[in-house]
Write a protein that binds this ligand. Structure first.
Ligand SMILES: NC(=O)c1ccc[n+]([C@@H]2O[C@H](COP(=O)([O-])OP(=O)(O)OC[C@H]3O[C@@H](n4cnc5c(N)ncnc54)[C@H](OP(=O)(O)O)[C@@H]3O)[C@@H](O)[C@H]2O)c1
Length: 299
């Protein structure tokens, strides 16, 4: 199988290049044609819809996997045009090119399509109601794929982290090494999900074959607050010797840490449908964290 991974320098894209190589050839594409860590690859700027179409026509993969996105949630509030161009119009252009050539498209979306008012995990059938521009633009991307006529799968994920890229885990490890005390929000609940888990699961799905077009939820299992996650990171990191000592983690409320974009207070997603369709057993978030920080760490 030949896969084209767009956004190969992002935290998920980086993990996908590794996981999908077990299925065959992977062609990586980044904004400037440079891979983080060295090496050249295909270049594509997602602001250029025509360039997206010609890249897909030239590479002619069996599947396009789009890990690129405008993920700066707060910045999106100030630049909605850019967020919509990258998160909605670019996937729409990919989907049109894929539909023309009979290529499957895997794309990722977010728990931020929900308003966070639920009291049980969100299913794929629950109505969306994004609180901000980022969620709005990602929902527009989901809709563009559904209307494109392409064979597609949207995997909605959440709280993505890993040893590569910008994410909560790396921020906590950096601050944990610098400070005696960290103040972390305790009233937003979700499911931390490592990039390697999303990438490995994507590979397992593609190996089996996409069972049906549509949206599916893909996170680790279970739930916690950002504060719980920070405490777990500090526990694991000190136990495995990554941090010499454990800083104190102090719970605070979202109102004590104001941000330009509102975040859903509760964004746990039900992953049962994906597990059932593809015969998967997703790990609990805590086990996934241990694997990520284990000495022979997952990618
Ligand atoms: N991060 C999360 O917590 C989270 C949660 C839920 C869902 N998701 C979704 O999961 C997917 C992967 O996210 P991630 O965390 O891996 O994101 P990420 O680390 O921020 O990576 C996004 C990548 O997109 C690329 N990109 C942005 N604008 C581009 C443009 N105009 N042209 C070409 N490339 C461009 C970036 O390139 P540069 O490196 O050149 O900037 C970056 O490599 C996204 O669909 C995201 O919406 C993420």
């Amino acid at each position: 199988m030949k896969s084209l991974v767009i956004g190969a320098n992002g935290q998920l894209g980086h993990a996908l290049v590794r996981s999908l190589s077990t299925l065959g050839t992977v062609v990586a594409a980044t904004r400037d044609g440079e891979r983080v860590g060295g090496g050249r690859c295909e270049a594509v700027d997602l602001a250029d819809g025509a360039a997206i179409g010609s890249l897909i026509e030239r590479v002619r993969p069996d599947v396009v996997v789009n890990a690129a996105a405008h993920t700066a949630v707060d910045k999106a509030e100030q630049e909605p045009d850019v967020a919509f161009r990258i998160n909605a119009q670019a996937p729409a252009a990919m989907a049109r090119a894929c539909a023309r050539q009979g290529i499957a498209l895997v794309h990722y979306s977010t728990d931020y399509v929900f308003n966070g008012g639920a009291h049980r995990p969100y299913t794929e059938a629950d109505p969306t109601d994004p609180l901000g521009v980022y969620g709005e633009s990602k929902r527009a991307g989901e809709r563009a794929l559904a209307e494109s006529g392409a064979r597609y799968l949207v995997l909605r994920t959440a709280w993505v982290y890993g040893l590569h890229g910008h994410n909560f885990l790396r921020t906590m490890l950096r601050l944990g090494a610098e400070r005696d005390e960290l103040r972390v929000v305790d009233d937003q609940v979700g499911t931390p999900t490592p990039a390697w888990l999303i990438a490995d699961t994507t590979a397992a799905i593609l190996e089996k074959g996409i069972q049906a077009d549509g949206i599916r939820h893909l996170t680790a299992r279970g739930q916690c607050s950002w504060c719980d996650f920070a405490v777990a990171i500090m526990d694991e990191a000190t136990a495995s010797g990554i941090l010499p000592r454990k800083p104190r983690v102090v719970p605070i409320r979202t109102s004590e840490y104001p941000t330009p974009a509102r975040r859903p207070a509760y964004s746990v997603m039900d992953v049962g449908r994906l597990e059932q369709e593809y015969g998967l057993e997703l790990p609990d978030w805590r086990d996934a964290l241990s694997r990520t920080l284990a000495p022979q760490a997952a990618p």
